[in-house]
Design a protein around this ligand. Structure first.
Ligand code: NAD
Length: 272
């Protein structure tokens, strides 16, 4: 087993949605743990409204931390692009140990609508990225992992899907996001069964509200911010690094007997 401070030495990981927020924090943490990285997104630069202070792209910062890292552009809702993403990892690094299906979109913070007004295009795009994107990431990553030799621990791979506390419970005016994240948890459970005989771990993380571009729409509204802070009994909103540490755990040999779970990382939100 690798040492706790370099837990992913000689492992290769793909992280989707890696240019900002939780995906970026996960890539940087994996880089510190010795992982080779394929950072993927629909654009290499982070969103202009991102809270991150550094001007470096995720890949540039991973390389500055001593990791081998490349950027591969891929829209996770496209089967052809996700298949090519897995192929790029294998041609660059020889195998794929870890797939983090993190890319996601949310319309409901900026444009909350009850079901009778809910825009079809918000539904279609959210389900395409948040649910079909995770399905495609699981499908093509598992296809590669099933065919590769197991590592020293006996495991062939680790898949971590980004769900949400809104995959566990509901909230008003959020039909597509809540449905997509409930779908991610269901998908995680069934894919875990398919993959278990091949020693591939498949788990999900369920973040509470976390300070990223996705929630930046709330920052300026003090009342909304205070209400959301109050829904997280431990320490208010999370940071991307809080979530990245849980992804690292589920993507490592430390999670030796864990598969098919949705781990809340939410300051207690889902215990209410
Ligand atoms: P973010 O907006 O900072 O990052 C999302 C990234 O996904 C962006 O870099 C974006 O370019 C990328 N992306 C969007 N569509 C894509 C596509 N079709 N293909 C590839 N990449 C695409 O937001 P974040 O908060 O870091 O979100 C990361 C994940 O965490 C999402 O799945 C989100 O639903 C989930 N999540 C976020 C929160 C939160 O409060 N921020 C809470 C629970 C779950």
């Amino acid at each position: 087993m690798s040492t706790p401070d370099r837990r992913l030495t000689n492992k290769t990981a793909i992280i989707t949605g890696a240019s900002s927020g939780i995906g970026r924090a996960t890539a940087l943490l994996f880089a510190r743990h010795g992982c080779n990285l394929i950072c993927s997104d629909i654009r290499e630069d982070a969103r202009p409204d991102r809270p991150e202070a550094t001007p470096l792209t995720t890949v540039a910062e991973c390389i500055s931390l001593g990791a081998r890292a490349i950027f591969v552009k891929a829209d996770t809702s496209s089967a052809a692009e996700v298949e090519a993403l897995i192929a790029a990892a294998v041609s660059g690094f020889g195998r794929l140990d870890i797939m983090v299906n993190n890319a996601g979109v949310a319309y409901d913070g900026a444009d909350p609508q009850p079901i009778w007004e809910y825009p079809d295009e918000h539904w279609d795009h959210t389900i395409a990225v948040n649910l079909k994107g995770v399905f495609l990431g699981c499908k093509f990553a598992a296809k590669q992992m099933v065919g590769q030799e197991p590592g020293a621990s006996g495991d062939r791979g680790w898949i971590v899907n980004m769900a949400s506390v809104l995959g566990i419970g509901g909230t008003p005016n959020s039909a597509s996001y809540v449905a997509s994240k409930h779908g991610v948890l269901g998908l995680t459970k069934t894919v875990a069964w398919d993959c278990a005989p091949h020693r591939i771990h498949v788990n999900a993380v369920c973040p509470g509200y976390t300070a990223t571009s996705m929630t930046a729409a709330f920052w300026d509204n003090k009342d909304v911010r205070a209400r959301l802070d109050g829904m997280h009994p431990f320490r208010g909103l999370g940071t991307p690094e809080d979530i990245a540490r849980a992804v690292l755990f589920l993507a490592s040999e430390e999670a030796s007997w864990i598969t098919g779970v949705g781990l809340p990382v939410d300051g207690g939100y889902s215990s209410m």
